[in-house]
Ligand binder design. Structure first.
Ligand code: IPD
Ligand code: CA
Ligand code: CA
Length: 267
């Protein structure tokens, strides 16, 4: 690996340790169709177990840092400058359905700025890491966002809202606008990996409404360090406050933002 700091070592070690349990549990799932409570209960246990492992590792290495975790909520630390933001299993629906596209996402926020991010896809064994000012890497290889300049050549990713979530009509307008002019739109089911794929130049851009800080914090660092742009859907900095997210290479960021904003007037 070209760049690996003590901080990134802590984060990748925590992700790898939790991944071992997730891989075991993912392999067990196929035997669970007959169990009493069913696979959904099993998956939520796997999810909480992974979070406990990550928390223990991060606490051991940096005892004073605060935490914001999807399952366990917020825990302030004595060091008020540093806070971990963790999604132990991003892509839960995929996991539950036996689809091997899910990830562990760990970010470090320092002085209210996103400072480092790790996204690990256990089944593919793809470890994405980035630290502010040091570039983004996939399994040691430096990442760069794609160089595509034309919307009609571009492949975009998104997240489709499901039952219980708002914005179904707004999403359909956004999708209509993007699918009509692009080379395609994908919905793979893990926001953390969607952002990692933008950083790796696999997708040319990505947008999604809503979302929580743990879905996007690590991925934002990856995209920025790979030379891409990230903003909320209105072009502001509210990506961790539920204002949606839009990420792309520098050439396609404005064209994609225009399509999305034109399809969702008023935000
Ligand atoms: C979900 C995934 C998905 C996104 C959802 C998120 P989870 O996270 O990131 O891609 O569309 O809205 O909630 O629930 O699997 O951790
Ligand atoms: Ca998530
Ligand atoms: Ca999750």
């Amino acid at each position: 690996m070209l760049y690996r700091s003590p901080l990134l070592n802590v984060m990748t070690a925590a992700a790898q340790k939790a991944a071992r349990g997730l891989i075991r549990d993912f392999g067990e799932l196929e035997h669970l169709q007959v169990s009493r409570k069913g696979p959904a209960d099993f998956v939520s246990k796997a999810d909480r177990k992974a979070e406990r492992v990550i928390k223990a590792e991060l606490k051991k290495a940096r005892p004073a840092y605060g935490l914001l975790m999807e399952e366990g909520g917020s825990e302030p630390g004595t060091d008020i400058s540093n806070r971990w933001i963790v999604d132990p299993l991003d892509g839960t629906t995929n996991f539950l359905h036996g689809i091997p596209h899910f990830a562990i996402s760990i970010a470090l926020e320092r002085d209210r700025d996103l400072f480092a991010g790790v996204v690990y896809s256990p089944i593919q064994d793809e470890m994405y890491v980035a630290e502010k000012g040091q570039g983004a890497y996939l399994n040691g290889r430096r990442l760069r966002v794609s160089g595509r300049r034309r919307v009609d050549d571009a492949l975009f990713a998104t997240g489709i809202p499901f039952h219980g979530l708002p914005d179904h009509d707004r999403f359909q307008r956004q999708l209509g606008a993007v699918m009509a002019v692009s080379a395609g739109v994908r919905r793979f089911g893990s926001a953390a990996l969607d952002l990692a794929y933008v950083a790796a130049g696999r997708y040319d851009g990505y947008w999604e409404n809503g979302l929580s800080p743990w879905d996007v914090a690590a991925g934002i660092v990856l995209v920025r360090e790979a030379g891409g742009f990230v903003a909320d859907l209105a072009g502001g900095r509210g990506m961790l406050e539920g204002a949606g997210i839009l990420a792309a290479n520098t050439e396609l960021f404005q064209p994609l933002a225009k399509l999305i904003q034109g399809a969702s007037p008023g935000g």
